[in-house]
Design a protein around this ligand. Structure first.
Ligand SMILES: C[S@@+](CC[C@H](N)C(=O)[O-])C[C@H]1O[C@@H](n2cnc3c(N)ncnc32)[C@H](O)[C@@H]1O
Length: 592
């Protein structure tokens, strides 16, 4: 075997594809590898990620026409399938569209490179823009940790930093920081800002900014702002907390509720009460518990009105009647799930490695655990609001869990009807258009399904696929008519709301039609000479087939972005109109 630069990524891909990996994710495989030698480097990690992301597309190309190409290159007969997938990714989707080094596998592939490139072009024109992308680019979301900093300060800091960078990157352009229309403490930047604002950036390391995807901010948001009656002076449980993004977000949002309280409500019996909420954050893995603890220490200053208490333990074994939890009113349950909604996750694409039965078994077992966890949360007698969320797109982990939990738990309740759980449409996300699914195995009604929030990263939502459900006991009172509740995002930062402005700006690296190889020995040189630049939109002249392909991609991408922007604008305008109407009504009634 040659000492190919792809050996190491190839062997990791093999491990991920093998059922012997025991369902371990890429990070855990990399972590356990070669610890003493320092483990695989960043470039190996990136190659594995990108290869895994493209395996569905590669398989679709190879399996077309009765699997002709699959047989021709001998994918199922080679010993090192992972290495072959890495090489196929390099040739068909990578920046340089060529395979470095030599070796038998490379020769087996190169013989068919023309047919392979044609197959990719056909695949892209059939499946649209997302299919041939190196990855789906979402905006760079930056959650401002309002426990430590303010949105205005962070905007100023970002603007100053952007001004200092000399590059021509799109995020340098004026007006490129937006306010998210749904999450009040979230800023929206161009995707390329990731190269600037990353985990090692000072603002991130110091905990002023948290790099968190938009949909994953919905869980804490809904628990804190789902109901018009603010959940203050009570405790919370985050049942499955590590690494702690949602726990710390919840701490920030609850803490800000205290600031919003009118003075009279802060006083009790004439005395100023000392609002004090604790978030008990369960995590059963000791490694992840350490991460959770360190994140909580960095992001939640001890001087705050909300404290996070990490607990190393199994939430399922917690006692709902434990006096420690006597003041807990809200539970955030974001349990382990298949992660099938995470668009650019290498693990999302692993579904292809298993048989349909294996995949169904895994999802069923996750679904069983999720149901037990949700019912356990619902059994805390004093808890009256629960958020259940997953980053999965499978109904079995979402609507089915919700439907079963509701019917099974309510059935066992002999107490008053007021204790029954019901789905409630979260007030803060009234203007989010994509909702849950009715019918099916979950058996939810249209009204119930419309209470659920779904996001779809592959269908223009510009955030990972996610699912959020919000439950309240029937006894919980809403002081406002939810129908008239406007957007809760107060935008007084002199910045525009994000309405899909970056949706059309993604740079898509397109698959390239390779020139037919004149001879075996020359083909490599041709590949190197002609393929050393990516075909980026608008940068190169292209063959008629490519331009057809591109036009189609652009058309689809534009249509989706336009639709999304329109939907969001409509919803935003509607809720703003309703808000205005409400304030006018309030003024009129006070005059009367
Ligand atoms: C999807 S992750 C949670 C992510 C987290 N909510 C965040 O946003 O940062 C699920 C976590 O729950 C933990 N977990 C799974 N089952 C648990 C249980 N029964 N009790 C406590 N933690 C559990 C897992 O170890 C994992 O860290």
């Amino acid at each position: 075997m040659s000492s190919s630069p792809y050996q190491e990524p190839g062997s990791i891909v093999n491990e991920l594809l093998s059922s012997k990996s025991g369902g371990r994710g890429l990070k855990s495989i990399i972590f356990s590898k070669n610890k003493t030698k320092g483990g695989p480097n960043k470039s190996t990690y990136a190659t594995v990620c990108k290869t895994m992301q493209h395996i569905p597309a590669i398989n679709a190309v190879l399996n077309d026409d009765g699997g002709k190409l699959r047989k021709a290159i001998g994918l199922d007969t080679v010993h090192n399938k992972g290495l072959m997938y890495v090489m196929l990714y390099e040739l068909l989707f990578s920046k340089y569209k060529s395979i470095r080094g030599g070796g038998k596998l490379k020769r087996m592939i190169i013989k068919h490179q023309t047919a392979l490139h044609e197959g990719v072009n056909a695949y892209v024109s059939e499946h649209g823009a997302a299919a041939g992308k190196t990855s789906v680019n979402f905006p760079r979301y930056a959650r401002v940790n309002i426990l430590q900093s303010s949105i205005n300060d962070m905007v100023k800091m970002l603007q100053e930093s952007f001004a200092k960078t000399k590059s021509e990157k799109p995020f340098d352009k004026a007006g490129s920081i937006f306010v998210d229309a749904h999450v009040p403490d979230l800023l929206v930047l161009h995707p390329s800002a990731s190269s600037f604002l990353h985990q090692n950036d000072e603002a991130v390391k110091s905990g002023n900014i948290v790099l968190q995807d938009k949909s994953s901010c919905f869980s804490a948001l809904v628990l804190a702002r789902g109901n018009s009656t603010a959940p203050v002076n009570c405790d919370f449980i985050d049942a499955c907390a590590a690494p702690g993004n949602k726990t710390t977000h919840l701490a920030a949002l609850v803490s800000s509720l205290y600031n919003d309280l009118p003075k009279s409500k802060k006083k009790k019996n004439g005395k100023k009460t000392k609002p004090n909420s604790t978030i008990f954050a369960f995590e059963r893995s000791s490694t992840r518990h350490k991460i959770l603890k360190s994140r909580a220490d960095t992001l939640v200053p001890t001087s705050q009105k909300v404290a996070v208490e990490p607990i190393l333990g199994d939430f399922l074994k917690s006692n709902p009647k434990d006096p420690q939890f006597a003041n807990v009113r809200g539970i955030l349950l974001d349990p382990s799930c298949s992660g099938s909604g995470i668009v650019n996750s290498p693990d999302r694409c692993r579904d292809g490695r298993n048989t349909k039965e294996d995949k169904a078994k895994r999802i069923q077992s996750l679904s069983n655990f999720q149901l037990v966890a949700l019912k356990h949360a619902m059994s805390f007698p004093l808890v009256d609001r629960i958020v259940y969320s997953t980053c999965s797109v499978h109904d079995e982990e979402n609507e089915v869990v919700v439907g079963k939990a509701l019917s099974e738990i309510n059935e066992t309740m002999t107490d008053s009807d007021e204790d029954h759980w019901q789905l409630v449409s979260p007030a803060c996300l009234r203007h989010w258009p994509r909702r849950g699914k009715a019918g099916g195995a979950g058996g939810l009604s249209e009204t119930q399904a419309s209470c659920l929030i779904r996001t779809d990263g592959l269908d223009g939502d510009e955030t990972n696929g996610f699912f959020v459900s919000y439950f309240e006991r029937k006894r919980v009172v809403n002081t406002e008519d939810l129908e008239t509740n406007g957007t809760h995002v107060v935008n007084d930062y002199n910045l525009p709301f994000y309405e899909g402005q970056f949706a059309n700006m993604n740079i898509i690296v397109e698959p390239k039609t390779a020139a037919p190889a004149p001879s075996k020995s020359k083909s490599d040189k041709v590949a190197k000479k002609t393929d050393n630049k990516p075909t980026v939109r608008g940068m190169h002249a292209s063959t008629p087939k490519q331009s057809d392909c591109r036009k189609l991609e652009e058309k689809i991408a534009k249509k989706k972005a336009k639709k999304l922007a329109w939907k969001q604008k409509q919803a935003l305008q509607k809720s703003q109109r309703l808000s205005e109407k409400k304030s006018k009504d309030a003024v009129n009634s006070s005059k009367k």
